[in-house]
Design a protein around this ligand. Structure first.
Ligand code: 5AD
Ligand code: SF4
Length: 442
């Protein structure tokens, strides 16, 4: 191992980025690099950045800046910065001026080219900058070095056409492109053959999959994937309420492979704010989709994303959101304070909300949701649930995994259980996670 060069990848943001880091890791291992967690040991450090909110961006800036010392100590260290952040208009030039010690700046549209960029850098003293303005067609050649066994991420589409008024994604990830159905199905088949137990389909809006292809929809795609032989769970993210339709709900209800959880970001419960956000549905539309979903799959777990402090949000608007959260009873809610993103329509709106107001609103939501989770988890006491064992927590010295509803459980065993379906009897409930005893290993 000692003769191999080593790489470390630091990932910010969503699952899309986590999976893209697996692709960068695949490229680096093709070049005979091996992974390390220790940045002092690394020959190359790659930052895979996110710019969806200011705090993710600030963290990336801080962490890149902190590497200046390491770079001084090791002149051969290569630092590469890629991901959404670099795709912003004019970013690469000003970033290069502020951080001249960064060796490679690359975008999201040319990930497949990373090998070439690195080779170029190894034979040049100059900074290599390649950020393509326009997205290309989908490239199928990149190998992946997966690190989330027993789960495997599978891209089904890239980019987004929705242009929610607060969101930078359509500007940095380009227009929506769907991968060919046959490529997705082949990838899923080979992952299941390789022993992966959960496939999670990824797209900024998986529900509009196929809009740019002939004769396929997201519903037809998941029907086909769930017909693949084998013992696995099928999950997907993320959905858009405007495209979440009855055909899809029926397809979800029919398959026993599909996990019983749906992430359906609502963002806000006030019709006035939803309109300003350009979300293209009303509070009533959202609630009727939730009802329809529960009509077909009564025990479905619904999770959501909620944003507070969108420009002009009044106390009354916020209460509409808060009451919607109470009405639906989400199994989980990711809450965000609105972050002003340059270049988006919302950044130009009057009525930006003071930070302390947004903080109070988000705290009220978090407190409510935590209490709701605590109460919900009590229902698990003394029940036996099927858990897919995902990993081992070294601190707790216990295995952990999730049930089909996405609920996390911890349990002990002296057997190797990662990647196995295990029946676990819940003996203690707390906040979000549960504590159980193994009843049966399947
Ligand atoms: N500010 C705060 N949160 C945002 N999100 C997207 N853009 C912003 C922004 N400008 C949130 C949305 C989305 C999730 C992935 O990130 O809630 O669903
Ligand atoms: Fe952003 Fe809206 Fe697209 Fe989601 S659907 S990525 S929030 S523009």
């Amino acid at each position: 191992m000692e003769n191999y060069k080593k790489f470390k990848i630091i990932t910010y943001g969503c699952q899309m980025n986590v999976h893209e880091s697996e692709k960068i890791a695949g490229i680096l291992s093709e070049l005979n690099y091996v992974m390390t967690e220790d940045e002092k040991q690394a020959d190359i450090i790659v930052f895979n950045t996110c710019c969806i909110r200011e705090n993710a961006e600030d963290r990336a800036f801080g962490n890149v800046g902190a590497l200046k010392k390491l770079k001084k100590a090791n002149k051969n260290l290569i630092i590469a910065v890629g991901g959404c952040m670099t795709q912003q208009k004019g970013f690469a030039k000003s970033f290069h001026e502020s951080y001249p010690f960064v060796d490679i700046i690359f975008g999201t549209h040319n990930l497949d080219n990373f090998k070439l960029l690195l080779q170029k850098k190894l034979s040049s003293k100059k900074t290599i900058i390649e950020v393509l303005e326009k997205e290309g067609s989908i490239c199928e050649t990149t190998n992946k070095l997966r690190s989330s066994y027993p789960n495997a991420w599978v891209n089904i589409s890239y980019g987004c056409n929705n242009f929610c008024s607060y969101c930078i994604v359509p500007y940095v990830r380009g227009r929506e492109r769907s991968r060919k159905e046959v490529d997705i199905i082949n990838e899923c088949k080979s992952l299941i053959e390789d022993g992966y137990k959960e496939i999670t389909l990824l797209g900024q809006n998986v529900n509009s999959y196929g809009n740019d292809l002939e004769g396929v929809t997201f519903a037809s795609l998941i029907k086909k994937i769930s017909q693949i032989e084998g013992d696995f769970r099928l999950s997907f993210m993320t959905n858009h309420p405007k495209d979440f339709n009855e055909e899809l709900i029926k397809a979800l209800a029919k398959s026993d492979k599909i996990s019983k959880r749906v992430h359906l970001p609502v963002q806000a419960g006030s019709n006035r704010i939803l309109k300003l956000m350009n979300r293209k549905y009303t509070r009533e539309d959202y609630l009727s989709k939730v009802n329809l979903l529960r009509k077909y799959i009564p025990d479905i777990a619904i999770t959501t994303d909620i944003m507070v402090g969108f420009p002009t949000e009044t106390e009354e608007d916020f209460m509409d959101t808060f009451n919607l959260v109470k009405e639906v009873g989400f199994s989980g809610a990711f809450t965000f304070v609105y972050s002003r993103r340059k270049g988006t329509p919302a950044a130009e709106m009057d009525g930006q909300i003071p930070e302390d107001v947004s903080k109070n609103r988000i705290m009220a939501l978090i407190d409510y949701q935590n209490e709701f989770n605590r109460e919900e988890s009590k229902k698990y006491l003394n029940k036996t649930v099927e858990i897919l064992c995902e990993g081992y927590d070294d601190k707790k010295k216990m295995y952990l995994g999730r049930d089909t509803y996405g609920r996390m459980a911890y349990f002990s065993s002296d057997k190797e259980l990662i990647g196995r379906f295990v029946d676990v009897k819940i003996i203690k409930t707390g906040g979000i996670s549960l504590l159980g005893e193994v009843v049966k290993v399947k």
